[in-house]
Design a binder for this molecule. Structure first.
Ligand code: ATP
Ligand code: MG
Length: 575
């Protein structure tokens, strides 16, 4: 019996019943009334026809989360009923991604294809009961017979075939006697039903295609509607949670299970996640990959789990986002700024601070000895004192960020300018004394002086500076490539395209900027793949998996500025 009153969220805090979303309320109520003998059994049922994306993460966190909170189980079940689109590569990636997100199916890994024989036997049962028939209509004819939302459909001329003939034809369909598309097995329900899904829906199609697990054993494949309820039933699922577009399919889900008289879970629908400035359709994501518009499924601009992982997202950030958005019954679009807000909250707590210069400008400290190097103490994470400090080398030649210097600064520009004094983080006050230019008038170097009395970043005489700059020591810094990312699409809803164009017309031509001449502090030599850092003043970055000792590569995970916090503040002010 699940302990309903001690509900814990994934942080181990008791959330109390008052804050339950509508799905968890149903589950809690069922536990209270003993509807399923107190059992809670959910499943996550991906079709292995693409990589998982952030929308799937919502469903994963819901299904695995409910199982964890109510002392139940959650199965991982591949809904592999369509051999033409499915591949082992997708199975492997899905397994990796769910594990990475931190969920465990405890060995309950199932495949719909393992139930094909049982499904077939169930189909025979329905034929014998006069509740299914073999239909010879082609796809176009079937559409004609189907009717519309306002007009009833017409009975197929094959609807009243005798049971023996149906059994014989079904067996021969399975044996491979008929070509693709020539026949189907259909449920005999009601061609006049206002719900089109109940107008004698297809249960089996003939498809002579090799399946990634069953090979050529089958040439008839079950439809989603026929298969899904059976999979749930066989696995004794209690709450079959799916997205809203299946609401109209629920009567069919129920009809099949009732007609067979088998164990019957409850289907519950919730609104799928939509996110601004991105697309979530696997078909569209596949198109981006196949047409080379992104570097692959794990391109850091993709909303896929593996893309987000490569971008530097932590599993915690994704899970926290899924908790914040919760679940409901209304389709809406979540601002991508909220996702990034959850990301920053996590990264701020967990990432070590380091110094890196993306667009370098050389600085020579004229009064600093040429052969001297100092190892200065730098704080690893002000949010986490236990992270300690590290040493950063300081010497006569440094790089600072090009945009931190302006020769003729406008008002309100407080950073470096000729004659002005600023602080170099963890180091000294420096004053710009000279600006060196090339023949074309481009600034190539700054000359400065430093005040040795300001070591550590404070002046003993109490004088103040208005800016603190990050820097790296030229002799010690490591060269790096840094990839800056922006939204993949320029439109909030990329699916809205001008006439004659599709979503790809809304791709953001500036979604990737590669900087090849960056410098990072030497401590980053030790950094491993996907290690995350805050580059001081610049944002959050992680080590790309392709990074090597010969060529360091960093991905920008997120800039520092939190637009979501700004939006929230503006909303509060309005109220
Ligand atoms: P397809 O069009 O290929 O069926 P799909 O996105 O529904 O694509 P599935 O592999 O069938 O992909 O999805 C597995 C589970 O994830 C399903 O239960 C589905 O409802 C859920 N899911 C998919 N997309 C989203 C989304 N954007 N938000 C929430 N849940 C989603
Ligand atoms: Mg689906």
């Amino acid at each position: 019996m699940a302990a309903v009153n001690s509900r814990k969220n994934s942080d181990g805090q008791d959330t109390g019943d008052a804050r339950l979303d509508f799905v968890r309320s149903i589950v809690a109520e069922d536990c209270k009334t003993g509807k399923w003998d107190g059992r809670v059994a959910t499943r996550f049922p991906p079709e292995p026809n693409g990589y998982l994306h952030i929308g799937h993460a919502k469903s994963i966190c819901l299904n695995f989360g409910i199982a964890a909170e109510f002392g139940g189980t959650c199965n991982l079940r591949f809904d592999d009923t369509n051999p033409q689109k499915e591949e082992q590569e997708y199975v492997d990636s899905i397994i990796e991604d769910i594990r990475w997100l931190g969920w465990d199916w405890e060995g309950r890994l199932y495949f719909a294809s393992d139930y094909f024989e049982q499904m077939y036997q169930y189909a025979v049962q329905l034929v014998k009961a006069g509740k299914a028939y073999v239909c010879d209509l082609g796809a176009d004819e079937m559409r004609e017979y189907r009717g519309t939302l306002t007009e009833p459909g017409r009975d197929s001329p094959y609807r009243n075939r005798g049971i023996e003939e149906n059994l014989d034809l079904l067996e021969r369909m399975r044996a491979g006697e008929f070509p693709d598309g020539s026949r189907t097995l259909r449920a005999k329900i009601d061609m006049a039903n206002p719900n089109l899904n109940l107008r004698d829906p297809i249960m089996y199609r003939i498809v002579h295609a090799s399946h990634h697990r069953t090979g050529d054993k089958w040439c008839i494949y079950p439809t989603y509607d026929w298969a899904h309820g059976l999979e749930d039933s066989v696995e004794k699922i209690t709450h079959s949670i799916c997205t809203l577009e299946f609401e109209n399919h629920r009567p069919l889900y129920d009809w099949f299970l009732d007609a067979l008289g088998v164990y019957h879970p409850q289907q519950i629908e919730f609104a799928r996640l939509n996110l601004s400035y991105t697309v979530m359709s696997k078909r569209k994501l596949l198109q981006l990959v196949q047409e080379g518009l992104v570097s692959g499924w794990d391109d850091p601009r993709m909303p896929t789990i593996c893309g987000m992982r490569r971008r530097g997202y932590s599993p915690e950030a994704i899970r926290s986002f899924c908790k914040v958005i919760s679940v409901n019954k209304f389709n809406s679009t979540i601002d991508i700024a909220l996702l990034e807000h959850c990301l920053r909250e996590d990264l701020n707590k967990t990432s070590a601070r380091v110094m890196a210069v993306l667009r370098p400008l050389k600085v020579i400290i004229e009064n600093y000895p040429e052969d001297k190097t100092e190892e200065l103490d730098a704080v690893n994470n002000p949010e986490d004192p236990s992270a300690g400090t590290r040493k950063v080398p300081f010497s006569r030649e440094l790089y600072i960020e090009r945009e931190d210097f302006i020769e003729e600064p406008p008002k309100k520009f407080y950073r470096l300018a000729p004659g002005r004094e600023v602080r170099l983080r963890y180091a000294y006050f420096v004053t710009c004394t000279d600006v060196i230019k090339d023949a074309d008038g481009n600034i190539v170097e700054l000359h400065c002086t430093y005040d040795p009395a300001t070591q550590g970043g404070d002046a003993p005489d109490g004088r103040k500076v208005k800016a603190t700059l990050h820097w790296v020591s030229a002799a010690h810094a490591l060269k790096a490539e840094v990839r800056l990312y922006d939204n993949l699409f320029t439109k909030e809803n990329p699916n809205e395209a001008e006439d004659g164009q599709d979503f790809k017309a809304n791709l953001n031509p500036n979604s990737l900027e590669v900087l090849t001449d960056c410098f990072v502090e030497p401590s980053l030599k030790e950094a491993g793949p996907l290690n995350r850092f805050q580059f001081e003043r610049l944002g959050y970055f992680c080590v790309d998996p392709d990074s090597s000792e010969d060529k360091l590569i960093f991905n920008r995970t997120a800039a520092l500025r939190d637009t979501w916090a700004k939006i929230r503040k503006a909303q509060k002010l309005q109220k």
